[in-house]
Design a protein around this ligand. Structure first.
Ligand code: SF4
Length: 390
């Protein structure tokens, strides 16, 4: 059977910059969208030559690779005219063999319109990942989001009416002004809208966002003082685990839940270390043997592609050691855990000693060859990973 291949397309444009955002995205005039899409289509159609010239060596099995998933992430890809999204899907269909069974579009609620939703479906999009983040207007305003609670209900109804049968909602635990009560309300409102898939992320505090920087420097402009404590965030996360479990969602990855059968086929490829190619500024790719990423800057990316050059910045071979670490790190993110026996055989290593202290500390559980994060310890997974990689 041919190897399955996922395709990621990065659309690095937003209407505004959310205070907590640490992605490389820009607020640009809509006149920049079409030239960017043109460059992405060129990269897709010319990927073999571009890769060859840049030193990317695709394994032979790519000759017969079969594309089944496409993911438009960002940024806010739903800002683009549907016709531009359709062009990129067209370039993928022309270039790769496959049947696109899961085509996801990240969308922000305020960008959803009746005409757009119908055009998305015509273009082949069948899954929408919705940046809900919270149902509290106070939290949305403080986070610099463009949408309000009312937009979420309006947009969800439009998507359903248009015939999107696979919707994912994102929530963030840890936004400024979030309380136990407001978090519970966000979960309950989400439950009423019954998305097929849910992602819950903890607020990331780092220098890459204005809010993160302010928390680290104790400033006041972005409401850093109103960010819940780490303990509160961990409680919110545990609350989400319990609530979504009661509603019948399958918790399959640390941050992800799905109705049975609605797990994200595309995202599973990342955690299972399957191949994916990323197109667009800042997009990451993994061939099984190499990892690389395109330049983040959209203008630099477009300039390079127009000059028939792949702006690959971090091309590196995946060493045996880094592959092993990825197996452990990505494997443990999945609630099914990792098959230690398989990894020991494939990599010729003994892992028992690495897991024993974590097992004794109650952080991981082992049943035969399968090791997984212990129940109730998912919110401290980062500490577990740090210990494991020592
Ligand atoms: S919409 Fe998403 S990508 Fe854009 S600024 Fe906000 S968090 Fe960042």
């Amino acid at each position: 059977m041919s190897a399955l291949l996922g395709i990621y397309v990065q659309v690095p444009f937003c209407q505004t910059k959310c205070t907590y955002c640490n992605f490389h995205t820009g607020v640009v005039s809509s006149g920049r969208f079409a030239p960017y899409v043109e460059a992405v289509c060129r990269e897709i159609r010319g990927y073999r030559e571009l890769y060859r010239a840049a030193g990317v060596e695709l394994p032979e099995r790519f000759e017969t690779a079969w594309v089944d998933t496409v993911y438009f992430g960002g940024g806010t890809p739903s800002l683009l005219e549907p016709e531009l999204l359709g062009r990129m899907i067209g370039a993928i269909r022309e270039t790769f063999a496959g049947e696109l069974s899961e085509v996801t579009l990240e969308a922000d609620p305020e960008t959803v319109e009746v005409g757009k939703a119908a055009a998305w479906i015509r273009a082949g999009i069948n899954r929408v990942s919705f940046g809900v983040q919270s149902f509290s207007d106070r939290e949305l305003v403080a986070a610099g989001r463009m949408h309000r609670r009312a937009d979420i209900y309006r947009a969800a109804a439009i998507l359903r009416e248009a015939g999107i049968r696979n919707i994912s909602f994102d929530l963030i635990a840890g936004l400024p002004f979030q309380t136990g009560e407001s978090w519970k309300e966000s979960l309950e409102e989400l439950g009423k809208l019954a998305p097929e898939h849910v992602s819950v992320y903890l607020l990331e505090v780092d220098e890459g966002s204005r809010l993160g920087l302010e928390i680290l420097q104790s400033g006041t402009r972005y409401s850093a003082g109103a960010v819940p404590s780490d303990n509160a965030m961990a409680e919110f996360y545990e609350g989400a685990c319990a609530f979504l479990g009661e509603l019948g969602y399958h918790h399959y990855e640390i941050s992800n839940w799905a109705r049975p059968g609605f797990e994200s086929t595309h995202n599973l490829k990342y955690w299972r270390r399957e191949a994916y190619l990323g197109f667009g500024a800042g997009a990451h790719s993994f061939s099984g043997k190499q990892r690389w990423a395109n330049a983040h800057d959209a203008a630099a990316y477009v300039g390079a592609i127009e000059a028939r050059r792949l702006p690959a910045e971090q091309l590196e071979a995946v060493t045996r050691q880094s592959a092993l670490e990825e197996e452990l790190f990505l494997g443990l993110r999945q609630l099914d855990g990792i098959d230690v026996g398989r990894i020991e055989r494939e990599y010729g290593v003994a892992l028992g000693a690495r897991f024993e202290p974590l097992q004794s500390a109650g952080l991981v559980e082992r049943a035969g060859d399968v090791v997984r994060l212990a129940e109730g310890k998912l919110s401290v997974s980062n500490e577990v990973f740090v210990e494991l990689m020592r």
